[in-house]
Structure formats: structure tokens, C-alpha cells
Design a binder for this molecule. Structure first.
Ligand code: NAD
Length: 393
């Protein structure tokens, strides 16, 4: 079939297998162009198919020659539907890893469930013995609790008072005001249950009890802080509460892993276009300004650059892992630079539908968004007939 993008709001319901493979290859090429990192050897990546998790897997495999086991929740092609982008990304990653002689396997299923945790443990036991790094990079709108069966839904809302500010429809370029009502206590509880640290904690306990964590193991989960502009919807909102919980879990896990010399970190990453971040109100407009300013200053980074920097300049090769006063790794250092934020703030007050193209990098944002689904990549023949049914393994 000839595969065209079908965009609905902040999701594209089709994905292009050749384009996704190209997108993965671009990230691999970036990592391979950088100095090799004396990094991890056997890595479990939970949330391995897109965004920061995929980039972590690429950095581990192609930056350090690591064997990688991934966990993701993706759909294969069926009838007239393409597979999801994460499916095609994973298939492409497997191919590239195989060609490079690297072990790579991926479990597709619900990472929140006990059954998937057990399947992963069994595979580590039989194929790898133990892992020395566990990356936790899930982003999900829902989670079913494995013990109680309760299904939680996360919301992106402010807490305490309503919030009104500018936002952009990044497809049409329409800048408008968005107003959000504050979350209820129940919505806060459910968002923390989905995006907080409980599942990360369950993973690490299950892996440790099964004896599949190497001595000195590290585990890293990802967080975000961001500027004043997005504070009400992000860090002071429901998702921020979940991130507070995730960050507290890192401290608890470091205590828990102490006996085997293990450590748990939260890495605060920069804002990048992913399927999850495009769903947050206000954030796409902020990012289109941020990209403009960071590109002008030669500071722009995507997932691959960020994750390579995490491995090369934070986790490995340092005598001590540099952290902030709260014990967090900071990869948002360039995003949060005072001169970058001052320019973004100034542009924010000026931006309208009419001057959007001139003031922001909305085109860069859109193009990154389409690339997530394998569209708009140079050298891909989008008029060609392609088979959407790509095997995963
Ligand atoms: P993403 O949507 O690109 O990736 C989510 C991953 O989770 C995918 O691999 C998906 O398959 C997997 N997943 C979701 N539900 C699952 C389930 N039930 N079982 C198994 N796998 C499941 O998201 P992302 O933006 O890369 O986010 C990853 C982490 O990075 C999140 O914690 C996010 O808050 C954080 N982060 C993101 C940004 C950003 O700007 N995107 C910035 C800082 C931190």
C-alpha cells in the first residue's frame, strides 16, 4: 500500500515503515559519529520503542556495544492499518543491531503487568544472566494496577486554580487561548498512579528478588521541570505531582539497592517532540519558541543527542555522577540557561497566529512531529507501494 499521514489532533494514525527505519538510522548514525563510551554492557529498557527510551537503547547499543532487551506496547499492522511507529522503530532497531552483531530482543506487552515483568526476568536469566543498567522510560495515559486490578487514567491539568494561557494548534498554526480547570484530588491520585514511581519500584524489586541485577547496577527514570511559562500545566500540575513521586522513588530505590552497590537516578531531560509531549497543552508553543532560540544559539538537541550526553557525560566516564541539589541528573541545563529562557519569555509575549512563522520554529516542530511517524524523511519514496506488515523480530 501507499502510506500517507493521517493526523488526528496530536496523533498520526498511520506510520511509514521505511521512514521510521530511516529515523532510527539517523539516530544510530549520530551516536556512531560520536566517541565510543565505556558504558553499560547489558541493558533493560522499559519503554524502548519511541522517544527517550528508544534513544537510550540506541546510545547503549551503538555507543557502548551493549546487549539490549526492550519492553514496549505497540501494535502490528492489521487489515488496512499500518503498525504503530514504535513497532516499525523496533523492527528497524533489531535489524541494525543484528547487522552490528549486537544482542537485541523486545517484549511487546503491558509493562505495568506482573506477567510481562516475569517474562522479562525469564529472558534475562536465559539470555543475559544479569543486567547492569535499567532505563525506565514509560509514558502512558493509563495503567492497570497488577494487584488491585484498578485502572487509572492520567490527566494534564493544573492544581489548585484554573489556568489560562496561549497555546498553538501546530497543524493549523492557530494561536489561541486555552483554559484548563484544576484537577480534582481523584485526578491527581490517578495521574500519580500512572506516571509516578510505583511501577518503577515494582520493576526494580521484581528484578532484584529474581537475582537478575548485577552488582553496581544503575537505574534511571526520566523527568522534566521546564520554565515558569509551563509551570502551571507541567511541574505544578498533575504530571508534576507524578514526577515528584518518581523523583522520591529514586531515593528509595538507591537505599533499596545499596547492598549490591546499586544506584537509582532521575534524569531531568530537555523538552523534545515525542508522541507524549505533543499532547500537553501550551508545551508545543513553548517548544516551537525554544527550538528557534536553541537553534539560533547552536544548542539544539533531540532525543539522540540528549541520551548520548546522558551516557557519555553523566552516567559513565566520570569519577562522580554530577547531580543537582535534589540528587537529579540535569540534561536540561542548556534549555534552562538564563539567556535562552529570557529570549523565549520575550518572544512568548509577542507571538500570535500572524507572526508564528516569523517568531517560532513551528516548521521544525511540525517536521519533528511527522518524523515520529516516519514521514518527511529525505530519501524515502512516499509514493512507492510498501508492505506495512513488517516482522518485529
Ligand atoms: P514516548 O511516548 O515517546 O515513549 C513512551 C514509551 O513507553 C514507548 O516505548 C511505549 O511503547 C511505552 N509504553 C507506554 N505504555 C506502555 C505499557 N503499558 N507497557 C509497555 N510499554 C509502554 O514518550 P517520551 O516522551 O519519550 O517519554 C518517556 C519519559 O521521558 C517519560 O517519563 C517522560 O515524562 C520523560 N520526559 C519526556 C520529555 C519530552 O519532552 N518528551 C522531557 C523530559 C522527560
Amino acid at each position: 500500500m501507499v502510506i500517507q499521514p493521517k493526523v488526528r489532533g496530536f496523533i498520526c494514525t498511520t506510520a511509514h515503515p521505511v521512514g521510521c527505519a530511516k529515523h532510527v538510522q539517523e539516530q544510530i548514525d549520530y551516536v556512531k559519529s560520536q566517541p565510543r563510551v565505556e558504558g553499560p554492557k547489558k541493558v533493560l529498557v522499559i519503554g524502548s520503542s519511541t522517544g527517550y527510551g528508544l534513544a537510550s537503547r540506541i546510545a547503549a547499543a551503538f555507543g557502548s556495544g551493549a546487549a539490549t532487551l526492550g519492553v514496549c506496547f505497540e501494535k502490528p499492522a492489521s487489515d488496512n492499518r499500518t503498525a504503530t511507529a514504535g513497532w516499525y522503530n523496533t523492527a528497524a532497531f533489531h535489524e541494525a543491531a543484528k547487522a552490528a552483531g549486537l544482542y537485541a530482543k523486545t517484549i511487546n506487552g503491558d509493562a505495568f503487568s506482573d506477567a510481562i515483568k516475569q517474562e522479562v526476568i525469564d529472558i534475562i536469566r536465559s539470555d543475559l544472566g544479569q543486567v547492569d543498567l535499567v532505563i525506565y522510560s514509560l509514558a502512558s495515559p493509563r495503567r492497570t494496577h497488577p494487584r488491585t486490578g484498578e485502572t487509572f487514567s492520567s490527566v494534564l491539568k493544573p492544581i489548585g486554580k484554573p489556568f489560562t494561557d496561549k497555546t498553538v494548534n501546530f497543524h493549523t498554526g492557530q494561536v489561541s487561548e486555552v483554559s484548563l480547570e484544576p484537577a480534582t484530588d481523584e485526578e491527581i491520585r490517578q495521574t500519580v498512579a500512572v506516571m509516578g514511581g510505583e511501577d518503577w519500584d515494582m520493576w526494580m524489586h521484581a528484578l532484584n528478588e529474581a537475582g537478575v541485577l548485577a552488582d553496581g547496577v544503575m537505574t534511571v527514570a526520566y523527568s522534566y521541570i521546564g520554565p515558569e511559562l509551563t509551570k502551571a500545566v507541567y511541574r505544578d500540575g498533575t504530571i508534576g505531582r507524578a514526577k515528584d513521586d518518581l523523583e522520591a522513588t529514586a531515593h528509595a530505590l538507591t537505599d533499596y539497592l545499596k547492598t549490591r552497590g546499586g544506584r537509582a537516578f532521575v534524569s531531568v531531560n530537555k523538552a523534545v517532540v515525542t508522541q507524549s509531549s505533543s499532547a500537553i497543552p501550551v508545551v508545543p508553543l513553548y517548544m516551537s519558541l525554544l527550538f528557534r532560540v536553541m537553534k539560533d544559539k547552536g544548542l539544539h538537541e533531540g532525543c539522540a543527542e540528549q541520551m548520548y550526553r546522558l551516557f557519555a557525560q553523566r552516567l559513565y566516564g566520570q569519577n562522580e555522577i554530577p547531580v543537582d541539589e535534589a540528587g537529579r541528573i540535569r540534561l536540561d541545563d542548556w534549555e534552562m540557561k538564563e539567556d535562552v529562557q529570557a529570549e523565549v519569555r520575550s518572544l512568548w509575549t509577542q507571538v500570535t497566529t500572524e507572526n508564528l512563522l516569523a517568531l517560532t520554529d513551528i516548521e521544525g516542530y511540525r517536521s519533528e512531529f511527522m518524523k515520529l511517524f516516519g514521514f518527511g524523511l529525505a530519501g524515502v519514496d512516499y509514493a512507492a507501494d510498501v508492505n506495512p506488515d513488517v516482522p518485529f523480530a
